[in-house]
Design a protein around this ligand. Structure first.
Ligand code: PGA
Length: 265
């Protein structure tokens, strides 16, 4: 199946591992080495790969991947809104992340929205910082279980996008990926059904296209309990252009099986 934009250009397919606050240093080095070795020996050219280790492990993971020129990009799980360097205790700017080889930054993950109280205003500032630094943003959106059960899922997701409507007019769409991650599916083992995920992706794509036709080319990833055994059913959906994978990305074999499912589709 080819995923084509309205201009008939293929949309990039991405499988991205979000390691969250996992694992410890030794295990992170081993995981990076396994990924490096496996991705250089098994081609996956129709699906691009990336991993997001903790900030403290970015350079270590990058070194392991670079040592064998592994086709795996480096992603940061978060970034500060302030650019450059300065007196910002605990922060890491997009410029500093770029310096060490990061190419994409996750913005607006539901764990940051919930645990750190990130608002749409802050998320907008982070999205702007990432794209202004010529990095790619992986912008996470999705509804809670209560919102879905109240029949509000599409309205919530649309509101999350519309909060950034003006910004969407200004950006290069090639710099943005959107991950639809229903909050109730994250880390629960209860993935959305492929039909529900496809329906939401179609709604998101239609909204983006109505805002600005060029936004049709944005790759839309599904996230939330993607595993090796359900990846194929998501990969077969025409509006699902990849996956943002949490738990299953901590095992090199299952992460690469997910990638192979999207490569094969
Ligand atoms: P999960 O996490 O695959 O463990 O559900 C996905 C995510 O939070 O990006």
């Amino acid at each position: 199946m080819s995923r084509l934009t309205t201009d008939h250009a293929p949309r990039p397919v991405w499988v991205i591992g979000n390691w969250k606050m996992n694992p410890g240093l030794t295990a992170a080095q081993q995981l990076a080495e396994q990924l490096a070795n496996m991705t250089t020996s098994t081609p996956c050219e129709y699906c691009q790969l990336a991993v997001a280790p903790m900030h403290i492990h970015l350079t270590t993971v990058q070194a392991r991947l670079a040592a064998v020129s592994a086709p795996v990009r480096l992603v940061a799980q978060d970034a500060a809104i302030t650019r450059g360097t300065g007196a910002y205790t605990g922060d890491v700017s997009v410029d500093l992340l770029k310096d060490i080889g990061v190419s994409k930054v996750i913005v607006g993950h539901s764990e940051r929205r919930t645990i750190h109280g990130e608002t749409e205003v802050l998320i907008g500032q982070k999205l702007a910082a990432v794209i202004d630094a010529d990095l790619d943003a992986i912008w996470c959106i999705g509804e809670t279980l209560a919102e879905r059960e109240a029949g509000q899922a599409a309205a919530i997701v649309e509101a999350q996008i519309m909060a950034h409507r003006d910004w969407l007019f200004t950006i290069n769409p090639a710099r943005l990926l959107i991950a639809y991650e229903p909050v109730w599916a994250i880390g629960t083992g209860r993935a959305a059904s492929p039909d529900d995920a496809q329906d939401m992706h179609a709604i998101i794509r239609a909204l983006l296209t109505s805002i600005r036709p060029a936004l049709n080319q944005i790759s839309l990833l599904y996230g939330g309990s993607v595993k090796a055994d359900n990846a194929r059913s998501f990969a077969q959906c025409p509006d699902i252009d990849g996956a943002l994978v949490g738990g299953a990305s901590l095992d090199a074999n299952s992460f690469l099986q997910i990638a192979q499912a999207f490569h094969a589709a």
